[in-house]
Design a protein around this ligand. Structure first.
Ligand SMILES: [Zn+2]
Length: 297
């Protein structure tokens, strides 16, 4: 329900030709100059630094009067490279950004994954603009000195072919693993705009009661935390670690369903993200979520 991983991006330690590996096994190669590669490698190591007290900043976000103001606060505080919550209910934008801020303050390396935060439609528009040759999009993502301009089209095709632009998808939120170039978290406009937010919250509350979602996970924050969980997993490779696979394997589907959520049965990746979300949102996190969280440290 919540996420897709459009592509993995691998830079070999030697050489400047990197490979985008798609889930279907297809590989697209892109050539970088050695300087571009150097800047890209630095981009991967970025860490989040708070510029002011976190409560003051969270308050500033909650007191914003417009989406434009929320986007600006995100940018000014270096929460992400490009922020565009256009189309969303202001509360969706505010709670989303504050949730991301809280997790990123705990796990500062997440900053390298926060290239884009916002709505799926805003992201789709940016990618479409880029495809048409609008280089200001690269500036917005801080990629103008990284991406070879003759390869940009290849990359936008790649994003589109993997449905990361959020045009046709039933998910309500997405974590995008875009090789450190276009990673981020986006909310679906159709589910979080002014006319749909209330209905979405009712659905989430129903999903929580039925056990589809973990205990405590019926808020915008919990949805975003689930996506943050994917990015933590993606950056630390937790769900592919032996110990984690073995813990996951020690539980039956019924254990997972009753001790975490129905959705967590979907895959080991969702199991991790659901556990992270419950740990952050249930006042009394249950055993499975506590155990899952312990793998982060
Ligand atoms: Zn997910």
């Amino acid at each position: 329900m919540f996420n897709n991983f459009p592509f993995q991006f691998n830079f070999p330690s030697q050489g400047v030709e990197c490979a985008f590996c798609l889930p279907n096994g297809q590989v697209i190669k892109v050539r970088f100059s050695s300087d571009q590669k150097k800047i890209y490698m630095q981009r991967q190591k970025r860490r989040f630094m708070l510029k002011q007290n976190i409560l003051v900043l969270a308050n500033q976000i909650h007191n914003a009067n417009s989406i434009a103001q929320i986007n600006t606060i995100a940018k000014m505080n270096n929460i992400c490279d490009c922020c565009d919550y256009s189309g969303l209910h202001m509360d969706a934008a505010k709670y989303s950004l504050v949730a991301i801020l809280e997790s990123m303050n705990r796990f500062s390396e997440l900053r390298s994954k926060m290239c884009f935060l916002g709505s799926d439609t805003a992201f789709a528009k940016l990618i479409a603009d880029l495809e048409r040759g609008d280089v200001t999009v690269l500036q917005k993502f801080g990629l103008d000195s990284i991406l070879p301009s003759n390869e940009v089209q290849k990359i936008t095709q790649l994003i589109k072919s993997n449905n990361a632009s959020g045009e046709v998808n039933d998910n309500i939120a997405y974590a995008v693993a875009g090789g450190g170039l276009f990673d981020g978290i986006m909310l679906r406009e159709k589910s979080f705009n002014n006319s749909s937010l209330f209905r979405t919250l009712i659905n989430l509350s129903g999903g929580c009661k039925s056990g589809f979602s973990p205990t405590g996970c019926s808020s915008i924050k919990s949805i975003v935390d689930h996506e943050v969980g994917h990015l933590i997993d993606f950056s630390r490779g937790i769900s592919s670690k032996k110990e984690f696979i073995s813990y996951h394997g020690s539980l039956t589907s019924s254990d997972i369903r009753s001790g975490l959520s129905e959705y967590a049965c979907h895959s080991i990746v969702e199991f991790f993200a659901e556990g992270y979300s419950e740990y952050c949102n249930n006042a009394y996190p249950r055993e499975i979520s506590k155990k899952i969280y312990s793998f982060i440290k």
